[in-house]
Design a protein around this ligand. Sequence first.
Ligand code: URP
Ligand code: ZN
Ligand code: ZN
Ligand code: ZN
Length: 529
Amino acid sequence: LFCDAGTVHGEPKCGIKSSSSSSKILIKGGTVVNAHHQEIADVYVEDGIIVAVHPNIKVGDDVTVLDATGKYVMPGAGVDFLFLLMNFIIHVGRSETLEVSAYFFVYLTTTNALPGTLTGGIDPHTHLAMEFMGTETIDDFFSGQAAALAGGTTMHIDFIIPVDGSLTAGFEAYKKKAKNSCMDYGFHMAITKWNEVVSEEMEVMVKEKGINSFKFFMAYKGSFMINDDLLLEGLKRCKSLGALAMVHAENGDAVFEGQKRMIELGITGPEGHALSRPPLLEGEATSRAIRLAKFVNTPLYVVHVMSIDAMEEISKARKSGMITLILYVMSPPIRASGHDKALQAALATGVLQLVGTDHCTFNSTQKTYGIDDFRKIPNGVNGIEERMHLVWDTMVETGRISVTDYVRITSTECARIFNIYPRKGAILVGSDADIIILNPNSSFEITATSHHSRSDTNVYEGRRGKGKVEVTIAGGRIVWENDELKIVPGSGKYIEMLPFSYLYDGIEKADAKYLSSLKAPVKRFTSTA
Ligand code: URP
Ligand code: ZN
Ligand code: ZN
Ligand code: ZN
């Protein structure tokens, strides 16, 4: 019965109570939406699992009944979405020309609100309780997850940062941080240095600890940054383990140079952040990572890429007197609008496959650490609570995508990529009971005073829209209803993710084809004299 969230940072806002005692729930009369199909049906849940999905389910008095007539019932899962920071995975495609094929997944970040969220979402990209840039994110696992649940996201995948390069120590530290979880979570693992021990630890993480993805930072020189040598080793190692390589694609050396340039010019304020790391440097690193992954022939997931003309938008914003960007500093920088439309179109046509948030919050006091030097502003903004609403309003409400597509991009695709489908990402018999009820006729408004993150600012402040998550069921419990959270610390489970997801289909065949092409008799240049 509590939110004891708060020993360190204080409680997440608003009524946190004991969860509904009933382990049996019937959701009646809603439109049940999966990634490929929707129908009016009842959903019956027992002990955290979906046990029946069909019309006219009859139950006894001991069952909690929720009326979902006129509303959507969807799987709860999540990818994060940001206003200034929306993430997408792009399917770049296979290369035929090299006779090797690889799938490339590019995780994009844009600066403008992609509206919408999918009910019961999975957020593939969060940073809770992360020590970063001399401080720690204001949201820990409990408060960040509380915010997520209030926004219809029922699972997230956070990034473990190794301790002095040690994956094992990092894993242990994050298990502790996540101890009070009130919703299900998984982990990606960052790789920040390279040696035999790290290489062996990667195998242990994949085979024993349930981690199937590793992130390589091409930026953050002097802290997380790795070089091409390490990246290549990492890509090869990921491939041999069937794990997914992820990259933060910005050229860290050039960013460092860009920062020096700004300081020398006397530009020390927050505008220096974006100016020091133009889209050019993202383009360079993205293209390098994609080519190296092609060379190794392994799947790649590029995290938060921004587009080329964004820089112009930023300077336009500066000219028009836009200030206080310090609150919203994140990397890659938030770019102004314009790219959002292109990204939305790409998402609608399936070029982009999913949406994540990179939820990484610092309050305004923490942001002021960099008041005189933009290099010291802790990077990151919120999104875990807003994603589902923003995606719905931007994409579904405007007619850009169908409701089934919404479920695919907010939940199902993430579950498939990280190999936890159909346990997650679907409303099917046997799936976990992570479900949201979204009312398309209800509205939302985003404000820092009403959100559930501990942050005192919200990058989407004032954003309103249609489509509201009215009920969230996580692990078979009603955790969000009537604008109230009812969550229990420790009720969230660690979700182990197995290697060799569908992204690996075809990789072996392409390798064999490539090798045989090398062994084929080579035509020699001969003289006919
Ligand atoms: O600014 C950001 N994105 N902070 C989180 C760390 C990262 O690069 O993902
Ligand atoms: Zn509340
Ligand atoms: Zn990153
Ligand atoms: Zn991130």
